[in-house]
Ligand binder design. Structure first.
Ligand code: ADP
Ligand code: MG
Length: 606
């Protein structure tokens, strides 16, 4: 790595300095990026109390020479760029030269480093900074590489220290930084220790490099998903990575990762593009997990827009979005078309040693041949998949849908019959109703659950065979702290290691796929912040949407037969609802034709 030099003041001004450090996770991000930039092949992270007490990152990279170590903790010292023009071509993750100095101003920082043999002065040195003062460099011993230890974060900034959340929450944030970096750097062996326990030990993937989304690395951390490979190359944009099989769809999903030129970022447009590309295979409004790696010319993307580089700006965002959308669509289509059944979806084996070693974004030759060609989608295949995957396929949600309280005062005779396997045609007084049976069932369950929640609590039904769910570490950390919220939502469960054993479920929706639903709920709740009171009762503004998730996540199958009597009773229950016009997510529930409308249509006197 080149020598560290002080940036010219004008360059300093041109780089808008931002807040680099706001919590342990942002410290971890900076230290990991420095370690990656150093060319390390093994990085060990040790945190104590979720990094609030200590974050230590050890690497076996190029190391820092003595004279550089002396100034590494000064502000605006970097070895990575020199002029503002260099910004257009940064290949390293860091370049502002402000991370170490910012961290040293709010914590006790110790750096030990041994420069690689290629560098002069091949001796190990140590430097300590605390209270704005830097110690003299002193000799020490260690292997080639660098260890940066950050202790007692914000010890001298009480306001900041107070702002830190509980260790559980901070730990979740640490993982949110760690996991994407691990995914996009398969060439590095990562170890993570928390409070003395090894939580991750992920050997490097042979012949891999930074920027690759490699199946072998993915299987180390996202075991539970079946993935489909992405591949797109055109218009100067390459898209690689994976998207989860459509069966993993949910209204809220975690594990969505975006990378641009080897850098973990977030971009809503890209997430939307994935959903658009998947739209024929998953229900409206639902999403799937993905890890998308975009490679694009350096001058087509600005990584300098965000102080923590969490977002980037594309010169031509729509070109990138359409590349992503295309990649997802083609990946689903060609995989479905090539294979007779979904079980042949490219599946990542769960054992790390038996994994295919080709990088996942290089698709099979057959798949590649299909790219660019607008192949017609097999109608049979499409129908089969729609049946299997789409729980519902209603029209777009119309915001103008009037929300009314229907008062069909006396429960007069309703005659009803199922139609096309999914609707109910009912006549009722002087009205003709066409009801979407699935949306109606959701609306009814939603209001019942709401009433129970507001009253004596959601009724729990114990189940005979407990359901075991393996949660992500971040989900588990959240759950441990917020068990009451889930109990109030009608779940009875035990926590056993990283697993949850569900032993009771909300009785109104006893038939649902609770393994999936439980996880989806946590995913939805996790990032909302303070959503409940001390007893875990949801605050009003969150209650409806969370209970809607419960109500809508049912396993109603398409073409479920409904007898005339059941149809009539469904319509009757719907009439009792406070709002019988739309399902909790806003989808229309029924289409009402009044006598007047019918008469007008037939040109009959009113
Ligand atoms: P930046 O990464 O933006 O250059 P930092 O403040 O993060 O700025 O780091 C300052 C300099 O210290 C880097 O440019 C690099 O030369 C050196 N450095 C920091 N961490 C390491 C490391 N783990 N290995 C080698 N050099 C490092
Ligand atoms: Mg840096």
């Amino acid at each position: 790595m080149p020598k560290i030099r002080k940036l010219e003041p004008n360059v300093v001004d041109q780089i808008a300095a931002g807040e680099v450090v706001d919590r342990p996770a942002s410290v971890l991000k900076e230290l990991l990026e420095n370690a990656i930039d150093s060319g390390a092949t093994k990085i060990t992270v040790k945190v104590v109390e979720a990094g609030i007490k200590k974050i230590e990152v050890q690497d076996n990279g190029c190391g820092i020479e003595k004279e550089d170590l002396e100034i590494a903790l000064d502000s605006h010292t970097t070895s990575k760029i020199e002029t503002i023009e260099d910004l257009a071509n940064v290949m390293t993750l860091g370049f502002r030269g402000e991370a170490l100095s910012s961290i040293a101003s709010v914590a006790v920082v110790t750096i030990q480093s041994m420069p690689s043999a290629a560098l002069e002065n091949h001796v190990a040195n140590e430097i300590v900074a605390s209270d704005g003062k830097t110690s003299k460099v002193s000799a020490t011993t260690r292997d080639i590489g660098t260890t940066v230890r950050v202790e007692n974060l914000f010890y001298n900034v009480p306001a900041r220290h107070k702002f830190l959340k509980t260790p559980k929450t901070e730990y979740t944030k640490l993982l949110e930084v760690f996991i994407p970096i691990v995914i996009i750097n398969p060439q590095i062996h990562f170890v993570m220790e928390s409070d003395g326990k090894v939580v991750y030990n992920l050997p490097l993937v042979e012949k891999s490099e930074r920027g690759m989304i490699h199946p072998q690395r993915l299987t180390q951390i996202l075991k539970k998903y079946q993935f489909v490979n992405l591949f797109y190359d055109g218009d100067g944009v390459t898209v690689g990575g994976v998207v989860a099989h459509p069966k993993h769809h949910a209204a809220k999903v975690g594990n969505q990762y975006v990378f641009v030129n080897g850098r973990a970022i977030w971009d809503n447009g890209i997430a939307k593009a994935v959903t658009l590309g998947a739209n024929r295979f998953i229900p409206d409004g639902h999403k799937v997990p993905f890890a998308v790696a975009i490679n694009i010319a350096q001058d087509q993307v600005d990584v300098n827009v965000h102080p923590r580089k969490a977002e980037v700006r594309f010169a031509n965002p729509y070109r990138v979005y359409s590349a992503v959308e295309n990649a997802v669509k083609k990946a689903y289509e060609s995989t479905l078309q090539m294979n007779e059944s979904d079980k042949e979806f490219s599946r990542f084996r769960t054992s790390a040693n038996s994994v295919d070693s080709t990088p996942s974004f290089v698709s099979s030759p057959r798949e590649q041949q299909n790219f660019g060609q607008n192949k017609r989608y097999g109608v049979e295949q499409s129908l089969r998949f729609s049946r299997m995957l789409l729980a519902d396929s209603g029209k777009d949600i119309s915001d103008e849908q009037p929300v009314q309280h229907l008062n069909y005062a006396n429960d007069r005779e309703i005659s009803a019959r199922q139609f096309l396997g999914r609707y109910i045609i009912a006549s009722f007084g002087e009205k003709l109703l066409i009801v979407d049976q699935h949306a109606a069932a959701e609306r009814i369950r939603f209001e019942k659950l709401l009433d129970q929640y507001a009253g004596r609590g959601i009724e729990i039904q114990q189940i005979l065979a407990p359901i075991s769910v393996e949660l992500d570490k971040s989900h588990m950390a959240f759950l441990e702290e917020n068990q009451e919220i889930m109990k109030n939502l009608g779940y009875d469960f035990k926590l056993i290691g990283d697993n949850v054993e569900i032993i009771g479920v909300p009785s109104i929706i006893a038939q649902a796929d609770h393994g999936k639903l439980f996880e989806e709920l946590i995913e939805e709740i996790k990032d909302l912040g303070e959503i409940s009171d001390a007893e875990g009762h949801l605050k009003d503004k969150y209650r409806d949407s969370i209970i809607a998730t419960l109500a809508c996540h049912s396993s109603v199958r398409m073409n479920q037969r409904v007898s005339d009597i059941e149809a009539a009773s469904l319509v009757r229950e719907l009439m009792k609802c406070r709002n019988s016009y739309s399902c909790p997510h806003g989808r229309p529930v029924m289409w009402e034709l009044t006598k007047r409308e019918i008469d007008v249509h037939f040109d009959r006197p009113l």
